[in-house]
Design a protein around this ligand. Structure first.
Ligand code: ZN
Length: 319
């Protein structure tokens, strides 16, 4: 077919063989190339390519047991560099969701390993999650994660954990960054609150799934921190003390900042908000961290919470 068409072109145009051949090639291949480009640029193609580059980068970190393939990732938003902002949902429960976040700061590599590994664990152990609703966003800041070297901030140089639209943002975010933060670019809160696609991604997850509990993983400050409904913070603190002992990881009340998730979710929306700060950002520690903290993750999933924010409380055993 291709040869016959080229021959026909050759005859009717009287062009030299080479010119007619090139013209033919372009004529026939252009639609095929356009189709291929359309597939590659479609949301599914974009996601597939992204997951492959994520697996490749993770393999270079020495992680070969956290392939992102096979998980039903969703994405509806992209970063400034057009990388998909992915999340997956596990379990059959309707309400009472728990949200896990990793890779909020792109240079905190093992946090991404932990969340991908948790996603794989839940995928392979559906019995753990059957009555629960669990949402995992393992890599909130892919632009920072893929930068060379990786960066805490996103592609616009914004610290995503200072960019949430909290009530004190307009009054305090820039003032605190200038005074307490000495204008350290690693903590820049952005030009306006909620200016970043990755921040809006997280607020959209909170709006859509209405989680009663959130766990966000960071490094390398080495503690558990928590925020939550002031009416029941004591119960949460008692529960946290047990978890801290069992995981052999310190508990510290770190407080929250203008534009931080602890402020937005824990303080302002009364969601039980747990921050896990790993002790290093060393990728090699990933598997050890997973062994150390999986029991705490599973207990946080099982922790019963009653009511809807802002009137949530822990359900105590025997009551
Ligand atoms: Zn962090």
């Amino acid at each position: 077919m291709f040869a016959a068409a080229c021959h026909f072109f050759l005859r009717i145009t009287g062009w030299p063989l080479k010119t007619a051949g090139i013209f033919c090639l372009c004529f026939f291949l252009a639609p095929a190339c356009a189709d291929a480009a359309r597939v590659a640029d479609s949301p599914a193609g974009e996601l597939k390519r992204f997951l492959q580059t994520l697996d490749n980068l993770n393999a270079r970190c020495g992680w070969t047991d956290v392939s992102a393939a096979g998980i039903a990732w969703e994405h509806h938003r992209t970063t400034r560099n057009r990388r998909p902002l992915i999340f997956a949902r596990f379990g059959g429960g309707a309400g009472n969701c728990i949200l896990f976040l990793g890779g909020v700061h792109g240079d905190e590599r093992p946090t991404v390993y932990l969340m991908l590994k948790l996603a794989r664990y839940l995928h392979e152990h559906p019995e753990v999650v059957k009555d629960h609703c669990i949402v995992i966003a393992p890599l909130v800041n892919p632009d920072g994660y893929f930068a060379a070297p990786p960066t805490r901030v996103n592609a616009a140089g914004v610290d995503l954990n200072r960019n949430f639209p909290t009530r004190d943002w307009r009054r305090d975010a820039h003032r605190q960054w200038r005074t307490k933060g000495r204008k350290n670019p690693r903590y820049y809160p952005g030009a306006t609150a909620g200016s970043e696609p990755e921040t809006l991604f997280q607020t959209a997850l909170i709006k859509r799934f209405e989680p009663q509990k959130i766990l966000s993983v960071h490094s390398p400050l080495n503690f558990f921190d928590y925020d939550g409904p002031s009416s029941d913070l004591d119960s949460f603190e008692q529960w946290m003390e047990t978890i801290s002992r069992e995981a052999n990881h310190p508990l510290k009340k770190f407080g929250y900042y203008p534009g931080s998730l602890g402020n937005y979710a824990g303080h302002e929306r009364s969601i039980f908000m747990l921050t896990l700060e790993l002790s290093t950002s060393d990728p090699k520690q990933g598997p050890g961290y997973f062994r150390q903290f999986l029991p705490a993750f599973l207990k946080f999933i099982q922790l019963p919470v009653a009511g809807v924010p802002p009137f949530t409380r822990l359900v105590k055993h025997g009551k």
